[in-house]
Design a protein around this ligand. Structure first.
Ligand SMILES: C[S@@+](CC[C@H](N)C(=O)[O-])C[C@H]1O[C@@H](n2cnc3c(N)ncnc32)[C@H](O)[C@@H]1O
Length: 352
């Protein structure tokens, strides 16, 4: 019984997160699912693989995201038309209360497919985080006056490797290719960031379990994990996927520590930047130590004509709920907090 209590608490917590992060449809639907589990309803069998799991494991496994992703996938594949009819669409208001009876029926009708979807570890790639990383890249380019060699860790599908090929509006400032199919605006607070032109000499990325954009099922899963009432976010992700496919963007299957040590040593005539977003927390402590050693080792070998930078968009170690953009540049090696940032890139508070 206490295990079900943990599941219900986790679902209710996620309902608030959906509301806070701008998905009222999912927020309302998740509240219905929590109530359904409380009443021993149709959703309960879908959580069978987590029977006995405490809240910590339910959150770590992102179980609430899995069930929503599974529903969204049923809509995207066209396999459940009754469900699609109550899901949000541009121009059609999303009403979670009106949708709930159809969702409950979808749990019964699509049980096998939903359980199958939920067995996979969620994999997301948030394109708007490029708006948070961008001022870090600009700071490195401005400070060094050199082209950049970019290495992304935990890149998922690798969409943010194309950060310099997007078009940005950072409050009043604009940067990037105005003709880009990927447009990102963010609520920029604070002074202007440096806005130099940047040349990216090379780009590479790793992930221990990359999303293969050329695999239809994996691409669909990536989209399914987006929230269906966030139309702009969906459009942006689709445009970034198309751009990545057109550019042949790839992600190597590798552990970040070994990969960084192997490929990201500083090189003369360019600024080498190792960067990551919302990745560090997924690396166990011994992996974090190995990665830090690899990065600091490269930093120690950096010179004025072969500088090295570590750029990260990660939770503040002192307060996990706050995300920060941090930059360390070598020679020197002093860490700076450049900005406080929203987890999905909705705002940037620039400290620059
Ligand atoms: C929450 S996702 C973030 C993806 C992307 N950076 C973004 O901001 O959209 C975290 C990613 O880190 C990857 N990851 C976790 N541990 C890793 C490791 N030791 N080496 C490489 N990738 C890892 C996961 O597979 C996952 O794709």
């Amino acid at each position: 019984m206490s295990q079900t209590v943990d599941l219900i608490r986790t679902l209710k917590l996620q309902s608030r997160v959906f509301h806070d992060f701008g998905s009222p449809f999912y927020g309302g639907l998740m509240a219905h699912i929590a109530a359904d589990v409380e009443a021993d309803g149709a959703a309960v069998p879908l959580f069978a693989p987590w029977a006995g799991a405490d809240m910590r494991r339910l959150v770590a496994d992102a179980v609430p995201l899995r069930i929503m992703g599974a529903l969204h996938a049923r809509v995207l594949t066209g396999e459940d038309r009754a469900l699609a009819a109550v899901f949000p669409e541009p121009g059609r208001p999303a009403d979670p209360d009106a949708a709930w009876p159809a969702v409950r029926e979808a749990f019964v009708r699509g049980r096998e497919a939903i359980v199958e979807f939920m067995a996979h570890e969620p994999q997301t790639n948030e394109v708007r985080r490029s708006a948070c990383l961008l001022p870090g890249f600009l700071t490195v380019a401005q400070a060094t006056g050199l082209p950049l060699r970019c290495f992304e860790l935990g890149a998922s599908a690798g969409l943010n490797q194309n950060w310099d090929r997007f078009s940005y509006r950072l409050g009043e400032a604009v940067w990037g290719d105005p003709a880009s199919p990927v447009f990102i605006d963010t609520d920029w607070q604070g002074g202007r960031p440096p806005l130099p032109e940047v040349t990216v000499l090379s780009r590479a990325a790793c992930d221990r379990r990359p999303v293969d954009l050329n695999d239809d099922a994996e691409r669909l899963r990536l989209i399914a994990y987006l929230w269906p009432d966030q139309f702009e976010r969906l459009d942006r992700a689709r445009a970034a996927i198309a751009l990545a496919q057109a550019r042949g963007t790839t992600v190597e299957t590798a552990d970040a520590a070994a990969w960084t040590a192997r490929v990201a040593a500083p090189a003369r005539g360019a600024a080498t930047v190792v960067y990551h977003s919302v990745f560090w927390q997924y690396v166990p402590p011994e992996g974090q130590a190995a990665l830090r050693a690899a990065i600091e080792g490269h930093g120690a070998s950096a010179t004025a004509d072969a500088p090295f930078a570590w750029l990260s968009m990660e939770p503040d170690p002192a307060d996990f709920a706050r995300l920060q953009l941090r930059l360390t540049m070598w020679p020197g090696g002093e860490e700076r907090v450049l900005a406080d940032v929203h987890a999905h890139g909705q705002w940037v508070k620039w400290r620059g």
